[in-house]
Design a protein around this ligand. Structure first.
Ligand SMILES: Cc1cc2nc3c(=O)[nH]c(=O)nc-3n(C[C@H](O)[C@H](O)[C@H](O)COP(=O)(O)OP(=O)(O)OC[C@H]3O[C@@H](n4cnc5c(N)ncnc54)[C@H](O)[C@@H]3O)c2cc1C
Length: 440
């Protein structure tokens, strides 16, 4: 059985690893010169240091991702630093907020964390606990997919609590602003992170560049199992005969396939589906999925500059999170993350760097820089970072199977129930591989 996988992001690679493990012959076609897709290490450097296309954070709840690392023989601790959930938010006009999950069984750790949260008033803590109690009772299920903002207002969450807790959490989880965000997908992540085991809410911060966490080990595994990975190979068309896929065309030749997995983003998938009438229904739904950006501003400070913890949230600033890259052996390098849309997307790069640096100077006045600010900075804007996780999004997301025999779909946008995340991508790839193996 020869399976051609179009797309060498985390979904395509997850499918390839699972298939190789079950003895299938795979060929991975990746249009870019490197693997990893939207979660990749970059060739360009900042001040001689390798950086990623964007700061990524994983959760202990990313069980499929961690299972695949295990299959690849990568000890988790060699690529990720695992820490119990501890969130800290700073704002100019209110005390720091700290939410720390104690070492108690789930969901007691969440309840205790909210009850003891520093920097929230008693009324705010009780307000947050009331919604959690309701969720635990209802099993995190909600029939209508309304916006997270509407759901919070229905549950009488105060504006102060929304600003200090829910708004940053929603943006971090769904990369979509509260008033546009799907409550069903939001609750799915909260349920997986907080109700199964305490370790699911742990934060996993990578110690190495993203390419070396999963994509490169996956490539080695695929090649050791007789598979092929072709970089700079863009799939340009599919040959379908008698309603079964036969061939994928790349540049000026074709590759015969028993199965083809399209592990590529919705717009790229649409282009390959367009010539095939039977796939128009899926292509049309994919066309209705819109996207949200993520912007990362890397700023180099003197090497002794440190955050109190690996990441800190900022309230009421353009900058939403700052990550301390000393964990990656890059002391003094900070990654400022801005999720979702906003005026920052229209700013020039040096204007945005200066803006973020001035915000950080206000929040961390003890950080020293020259009078002109930090010397090195780099702005990376990913305009199509994630699908917009709007209410009703799950009705647009396709499953793995298509009406064409042997043609399958994977990718974070498929119907995993998860938002656009590494775990969503990996789950989609594994699911697709399992269906192909079952199909024979
Ligand atoms: C800046 C940023 C920060 C993020 N932060 C987080 C985070 O903290 N935690 C988290 O879990 N997730 C995060 N995400 C989301 C996560 O990176 C994505 O959900 C995930 O990488 C999607 O993987 P995928 O394989 O589904 O798609 P992709 O990564 O888009 O992979 C698709 C691949 O297909 C290739 N391709 C496209 N067309 C063709 C073609 N015709 N032929 C061959 N190849 C083709 C592309 O080059 C690409 O490599 C972030 C994303 C970004 C951009």
């Amino acid at each position: 059985m020869h399976v051609v996988i179009v797309g060498g992001g985390w979904a395509g690679l997850a499918a390839a690893v699972e298939l190789c493990q079950h003895g299938a012959r795979v060929t991975v076609l990746e249009a870019a010169p490197q693997l990893g897709g939207r979660a990749r290490g970059l060739d360009s450097t900042l001040n001689g240091q390798r950086i990623d296309n964007g700061q990524h954070l994983l959760l202990g709840a990313y069980r499929e991702t961690l299972r695949l690392l295990n299959i690849l023989g990568i000890p988790e601790a060699s690529v990720f630093e695992r820490r119990p959930l501890q969130l800290m938010y700073k704002a100019i006009d209110r005390p720091d907020i700290r939410i720390t999950c104690p070492s108690l069984p789930a969901p007691l750790h969440l309840v205790t964390a909210l009850l003891n949260a520093e920097g929230l008033t008693l009324a705010e803590r009780l307000n947050a606990l009331s919604i959690c109690r309701g969720l635990l009772r209802s099993g995190f299920k909600i029939d209508d997919d309304i916006s997270v903002a509407a759901w919070l207002s229905h549950h009488k969450q105060s504006p102060a609590l929304i600003r200090a807790l829910w708004e940053p959490l929603c943006l971090a989880v769904l990369n979509t602003p509260l008033h546009n965000a799907s409550v069903q997908v939001f609750l799915r992540v909260l349920q997986d992170a907080f109700t199964r085991s305490r370790s699911d809410s742990d934060l996993l911060l990578s110690r190495v560049d993203l390419g070396n966490t999963f994509p490169e080990p996956a490539r080695r595994f695929i090649e050791q199992h007789g598979g092929t990975v072709k970089l700079s190979h863009r799939a340009k068309g599919l040959t379908v005969q008698n309603n079964a896929v036969r061939n994928v065309s790349v540049n000026d030749y074709g590759i015969a396939a028993d199965h083809v997995i399209l592990a590529i983003p919705p717009n790229a998938c649409q282009r390959l589906m367009e010539p095939h009438t039977v796939l128009h229904g899926i292509a049309q739904r994919l066309g209705e999925i819109s996207h949200e950006p993520i912007c990362t501003v890397y700023i180099q400070y003197p090497p002794q500059t440190r955050l109190e913890m690996p990441m800190i949230g900022l309230l009421d600033t353009t900058t939403q999170w700052v990550f301390d890259r000393s964990l990656y052996g890059q002391p003094g390098l900070m990654a400022a993350v801005i999720s979702g849309p906003g005026p920052h997307m229209a700013m020039g790069k040096s204007e945005l760097s200066a803006h973020v640096a001035s915000e950080l100077a206000r929040v961390f006045p003890h950080w020293s820089t020259s009078e002109h600010g930090p010397e090195h900075s780099l702005v990376i804007r990913e305009k199509y970072a994630t699908f917009a996780c709007r209410p009703g999004i799950n009705t647009l997301r396709p499953g793995a199977a298509t009406p064409v025999r042997g043609c399958w779909l994977a990718g974070d946008h498929t119907d995993t129930g998860y938002p656009a995340t590494l775990e969503g991508a990996v789950r989609s790839g594994v699911e697709c591989a399992r269906l192909i193996i079952a199909d024979g």
